[in-house]
Design a protein. Structure first.
Length: 319
């Protein structure tokens, strides 16, 4: 169940321009570029926009894990493209990828309330969180996914104060086999792993013996797309058509996926669909109104992810 290239509209938007750029400079699968384009957009927007969500706000931040069989799929290369773009337009939001709990608190308390963390391999992230001096950091990360409420943290007699609603984006990768062999069921059902959007790919459409050189000016259009969004701030609005579309889809999605063993993952994925709709709305119209076109594209993407995750869990996980 591969992501259809028909999802790439080839319009003059950030997401579609990013995908075209990614396909020019590496033979990483189009799926990786698709989701990292959304992730890069989320990293640039941070917590400046949100969708009112019950008694809370839903921010468009994403946690992405690229999954493939081997390094031939260029997972790290795809991550580097996103990181380099974001670093050039908003360098202060790139978080250090080799951290202690103390360093992480210090970085976030001196920041602007959001950031993006790139870690090439999920194994490295797991190793960092398993270190004795990082006890408690896993729980703190889950809070940062939803938006930090209790924004004071004390460690070794030092108090760190972080801005309200601090959030992070987190982008990493893994081989499918490593993930299945290493991650405990408690991580799947618990707080950390369900927050990741898993992007598994088994095939790629092209292979480069050596990637072609690309002029630096090729990135200028991507930067300009992001700079053009600087006016975007505050709540998103959901059109009546978009809400009806999401409601209809959710009432079918929940009983199909959310009551089983991996329900925690699918329930989070349904919420991530709304995050996709925020990002597509801003990407497509540079406005804060989510229309049915943005919602439809978000739903199609989410359906593909749900089916792919189901295939992995049903066909490959040895219980």
């Amino acid at each position: 169940m591969e992501l259809s290239t028909k999802e790439v509209d080839h319009e003059d938007t950030f997401v579609d321009s990013y995908i075209k750029f990614g396909l020019q400079v590496t033979d990483a699968p189009v799926e990786f570029h698709q989701f990292l384009a959304l992730g890069t957009l989320a990293g640039y927007l941070g917590n400046k926009v949100y969708l009112p969500y019950g008694d809370d706000n839903l921010y468009p931040n994403l946690w992405l894990c690229l999954l493939a069989r081997s390094s031939a799929f260029r997972k790290s290369t795809a991550l580097r493209i996103s990181k380099k773009i974001l670093r050039n337009v908003t360098p202060d939001t790139i978080l250090p990828n080799d951290f202690s709990q103390e360093a992480f608190y210090k970085t976030l308390s001196s920041g602007i309330g959001y950031g993006t963390l790139y870690i090439d391999e999920f194994a490295k992230l797991k190793g960092l969180l398993d270190r004795e001096y990082n006890i408690g950091l896993k729980g703190f990360l889950t809070e940062l996914f939803d938006g930090l409420i209790g924004h004071k943290r004390k460690l070794t007699n030092v108090e760190y104060i972080m801005p309200d609603n601090t959030i992070i984006n987190l982008f990493t990768s893994s081989t499918i086999d490593w993930l299945l062999e290493t991650i405990k069921e408690s991580d799947i059902l618990g707080g950390l792993l369900p927050r990741f959007t898993m992007v598994p790919v088994y095939k790629k459409a092209q292979t480069y013996a050596m990637p072609p050189a690309v002029l630096g000016s090729a990135k200028d259009g991507l930067y300009n797309h992001l700079y053009a969004l600087n006016h975007i701030k505050g709540p998103m609005m959901l059109s009546a058509e978009a809400k009806a579309l999401y409601d209809k889809w959710y009432y079918e999605f929940e009983p199909k996926y959310c009551y089983g063993r991996w329900g925690a993952y699918y329930t989070r994925l349904a919420t991530t669909c709304l995050k996709f709709s925020i990002l597509y709305a801003i990407n497509n119209t540079k406005s804060q109104k989510i229309n049915d076109l943005a919602m439809g594209r978000a739903i199609r993407l989410t359906d593909i992810l749900a089916q792919k995750f189901a295939e992995i869990m049903e066909d490959e996980l040895v219980l």
